[in-house]
Design a protein around this ligand. Structure first.
Ligand code: PEP
Ligand code: MG
Length: 349
């Protein structure tokens, strides 16, 4: 095999499974999954529904130790291997309370009126949330959320590095970037917090800051984006969604028509579309490397565990695939077969 195989995992249990199945690191830790846990959802809701920065910061202070201990556990399990941690990605309304009982609970904990809170929750409604206030756009509007997460990552990394004596390499990943400016602004904040934590802990430790490439604009301007990104991870779920303009949550209803009529040979959310989405990946890889020859390139969408997509990714010369822990053995085999096929093709060419 030439490519590394990593896993998409958030919980220590999934990380352990991934390691046992031969994963060589975590390629995607979706931090929002950590926000849904019963013991912290109230604090998350407080953060979202807070009226101002001060209120948000009070809620974030409650979340910091919880996130820190999540990351510590992850770094312990993955000791010595790289861990890519993606900062908050989904639109905030996904975390909102729905029932009156849940709204009452948050109102009580925030010390505000339930009706007022309900009103505020309704204001967060979006007509097209997948193209709305999500990904790095949250970080642009509410930088303190990302700052809390980066602090938690770096403090956890310092603790585990000291404790185990092993190398801990956090890779901090910014989602849904379309313009270099989004990344530049956020990277500056990430670096400021990361360096402050390292100084406070008198620790030296390498960390990377990179981005997901999951929007066509990002792929087409990857040379610009690479000026601020030390790695790219192709988020092929969103990249497929945005390239086709096809909702990943709604397409199942009409996909069978497309398959039956031969418009799609395969479900593009399962097997990477080589001609469109794949072309964008190749362009982005080439442009990224033209700016930063040693840029690390991976893929972390569902396609990372699909053998045909892995064959494509080998051909595009990416450095790793990241997939569900349970698919890591298949991905390892598929990556090895893809490499063999490619070298046979190259030698006959
Ligand atoms: C992606 O878009 O491919 C991705 C990995 O991110 P998510 O599935 O969490 O949107
Ligand atoms: Mg995505």
């Amino acid at each position: 095999r030439r490519m590394k195989v990593r896993a998409n995992a958030e919980t220590p249990n999934d990380a352990r499974v991934a390691r046992d199945f031969g994963a060589e690191g975590i390629g995607l830790c979706r931090t929002e999954h950590m926000f849904f846990e019963a013991d912290r959802i109230i604090a998350v809701r407080e953060m979202i529904l807070a009226e101002d920065k001060k209120g948000r910061e009070a809620a974030l202070a409650k979340l910091l130790p919880m996130q820190r201990s999540d990351f510590e556990e992850l770094f312990r399990v993955m000791s010595g291997l790289p861990v890519t941690i993606r900062l908050l990605d989904p639109p905030l309304h996904e975390f909102l309370p729905h029932s009156d009982e849940e709204i009452g609970e948050v109102a009580k904990s925030l010390g505000v009126d339930a009706a007022k809170l309900k009103d505020r929750a309704q204001k967060l409604h979006e007509f097209n949330p997948m193209l709305g206030h999500r990904g790095c756009r949250l970080g642009v509007s509410y930088p303190e959320i990302y700052e809390m997460q980066v602090r938690a990552v770096m403090e956890a990394a310092c603790t585990v590095a000291k404790e185990t004596g092993e190398k801990v390499t956090p890779e901090i990943m910014i989602p849904l970037v379309a313009k270099r400016e989004e990344l530049s602004i956020l990277k500056e904040r990430v670096d400021a917090v990361a360096l402050a934590v390292l100084k406070e802990n008198s620790t030296r430790l390498d960390y990377l800051v990179g981005t997901m490439i999951e929007l066509p604009r990002a792929a087409l301007t990857a040379d610009e984006i690479a000026k601020d990104a030390e790695f790219f991870s192709f988020g092929t779920n969103d990249l497929t969604q945005t390239t086709f303009g096809l909702s990943r949550d709604d397409s199942a209803a009409f996909l069978p028509d497309y398959l039956r009529q031969g418009i799609f040979e395969r479900d593009p959310f399962v097997t990477l579309d080589p001609d469109g989405v794949g072309a964008l990946i190749k362009i982005a890889a080439e442009k990224g490397r033209s700016t930063r020859p040693d840029i690390k390139l991976g893929i972390c969408g569902e396609h990372g565990g699909d053998p045909d997509s892995i064959r494509f990714v080998e051909g595009a010369g990416l450095d790793y695939v990241s997939c569900s822990p349970y698919r890591a053995p298949i991905a390892r085999l598929a990556a090895a077969q893809a490499k063999l096929e490619k070298s046979q093709d190259d030698s006959t060419a």
